[in-house]
Design a protein around this ligand. Structure first.
Ligand code: GLC
Ligand code: CA
Length: 551
């Protein structure tokens, strides 16, 4: 690691879903003043930057991912001056603010779209994607990600517009250079206000070509990113993160080329796709294959080493809670939560912590179908009912995979509404808040929070976290996930028991030589046995002569 290493290669980023983080005025919706009041908590955790899900002015059809004014803050979240204060207050604590940039689509209430749908010769018409038609037969069969046709008829212009997501999220026409340059100048406006980075929503969609049936990875995608890098992201201190569900290691090398020509890093989901039948949709669930999970991590750790940069995450606002999904949110909730943290945070890349993950928050198992608010879930319920799927089965799927699982309010303390709001929260608080909350974990040795805090500190202290090579171990083992990281002077060894039973530790002789840095249990166990969901991370100073002889 040299002085020239960009800050974000050593950083840990914390994602805030503003609606659900902290409400300051009792309207039941989290807001920017609420975030400011919780900065001491984030400083204690030790994170370097906050990725803020959208707070721009928005009709909130998709909770802010439908923007009607990119240069203002939605009144439910606060004002522009609240935002300036957040940037300044976070800055004083060494925390940078990363904004979510939704450039694939705007809201249908954005002034651009209101103009665009007035007439075919309106100067803004070409900011969106239109096709002629008869109002009965959409141009093609393309489906929107939130259900229904991706084409919506506008009688006034006698054309359909394209929307990859909801009907209130018309896709922007990136082929139009005036549109691109308007977006770049908006981005520069935010960087001048002190924003230090951007997370680019569904970035792989930007070069789409509906005529050719290309939704992602269109031929112009990477040229657009290079243009945007030059015109909007020229400040070398910015971090840029591309959300790309379609990325593979080859495209990731382009997105995150160390020459800085496109973005800083890619945010890809290969490790999160194992729970769905390949030919099905995201609701068509199968048990994830553990060996495949290990192979995916190995592929990405090796594939980008020295030639790209990856994000490390288990959770975000679109995914279920990780311990509910991949480990155990019941009897072994605490070791499970720490195990997933230790496993991920020992790898190469930039770790992300999604609000509440550092407390071991779980899915909401007791919601009824009526309680879900998410547009994706609501549309899915309608479609699956129409297809004849029984409610019971719909509920089972939503409870395990629905996005609202991770959007329940942050659990701050054991008081009313978990300390989130003095009013009625927009989405119900998970009833387990009396047991799982920040107040009972901060400064408590052995808590999930303290484990995250330790891992974040270790990443800053030990360069092997950032630079070390990755060597998978026990690749065919059905229960253990183990790997080694190595740099010139030291070696990390991570071993995790992904099971609810005790498992013999085949690496006991090796681990005996290391210093135990962190473990998912408080009490010392037996070196030769791993307890349920036990994870251990060891540090060894390398004996160079011996290692070379072995390699
Ligand atoms: C991204 C966001 C998701 C949103 C979608 C459309 O995947 O993370 O929350 O619904 O894009 O903007
Ligand atoms: Ca509020």
């Amino acid at each position: 690691m040299t002085d020239a290493t960009p800050w974000w290669k050593k950083a840990v980023i914390y994602q805030i879903y503003p609606r659900s983080f902290q409400d300051s005025n009792g309207d039941g919706i989290g807001d920017i003043p609420g975030i400011i009041s919780r900065l001491p908590y984030l400083e204690k955790l030790g994170i370097d930057a906050i990725w803020l899900s959208p707070v721009y002015r928005s009709p909130q059809d998709d909770n802010g991912y439908d923007i009607s004014d990119y240069q203002d803050i939605d009144p439910i979240f606060g004002t522009l001056s609240d935002m300036d204060r957040l940037i300044a207050e976070a800055g004083k604590r060494g925390i940078r603010i990363i904004m979510d940039l939704v450039l694939n689509h705007s809201s249908d209430e954005h002034p651009w779209f209101l103009e665009a749908k007035k007439s075919r010769d309106n100067p803004f018409h070409d900011y969106y994607i239109w096709r002629d038609g008869d109002g009965i037969h959409p141009p093609d069969e393309t489906k929107a990600s939130f259900g229904g046709s991706a084409w919506e008829w506008v009688p006034g212009v006698g054309q359909y517009y394209f929307h990859q997501f909801s009907v209130k999220q018309p896709d922007l026409n990136w082929k139009n250079p005036r549109l691109r340059s308007a977006l770049y100048s908006m981005i520069r406006w935010w960087t001048q206000r002190g924003i230090r980075g951007f997370r680019l929503d569904v970035v792989d969609h930007l070069g789409k070509d509906p005529d050719l049936g290309i939704k992602v990875n269109g031929p112009m995608l990477h040229p657009y990113l290079r243009e945007m890098r030059l015109q909007a992201f020229s400040d070398p201190g910015l971090v840029t993160v591309g959300e790309a569900w379609s990325a593979d290691t080859d495209s990731a090398k382009l997105y995150s080329n160390p020459d800085g020509s496109e973005l800083s890093m890619v945010f890809q989901f290969d490790h999160m796709k194992l729970d769905q039948r390949p030919e099905g949709d995201k609701w068509d669930l199968v048990p994830p294959d553990f060996i495949a999970l290990k192979q995916i991590f190995t592929k990405w750790q090796r594939g980008l080493s020295g030639c790209g940069w990856n994000s490390l995450f288990w959770e975000n606002h679109d995914l279920p809670r990780s311990i509910s999904h991949l480990a155990d949110d019941g009897e072994y909730r605490i070791p499970s939560a720490k195990m997933l943290a230790i496993l991920l945070h020992g790898m190469q890349g930039t770790p992300y912590v999604y609000q509440g993950e550092e407390l071991g928050m779980t899915n909401a198992w007791d919601f009824t179908l009526e309680e879900y608010q998410d547009i994706e879930i609501r549309n899915m319920i309608r479609e699956k009912r129409a297809a004849g799927l029984p409610d019971e089965e719909i509920l089972r799927r939503v409870r395990s995979k629905g996005r609202d699982n991770a959007r329940t309010p942050m659990q701050w303390d054991a008081g009313p509404q978990a300390g989130f709001s003095s009013g009625t929260p927009w989405l119900r608080v998970n009833p387990n808040y009396r047991e799982i909350n920040a107040a009972s974990q901060v400064d408590r040795p052995g808590s999930v929070f303290e484990c995250y805090r330790t891992l974040i500190r270790l990443r800053k202290e030990l360069p092997v976290f950032t630079d070390g090579t990755y060597v998978p171990l026990l690749e065919d083992h059905e229960k253990l996930f183990a790997y080694r990281r190595r740099d010139s002077g030291s070696e990390l060894l991570v071993i995790c028991n992904f099971s609810a039973g005790c498992t013999e530790n085949p690496l006991a002789a090796e681990t005996a030589e290391g210093e135990l840095l962190v473990c998912s249990y408080e009490s010392a166990g037996q070196p030769s046995v791993l307890r349920p969901y036990e994870a251990r991370m060891y540090l060894k100073t390398r004996d160079l002569g011996k290692d070379e002889a072995n390699e």
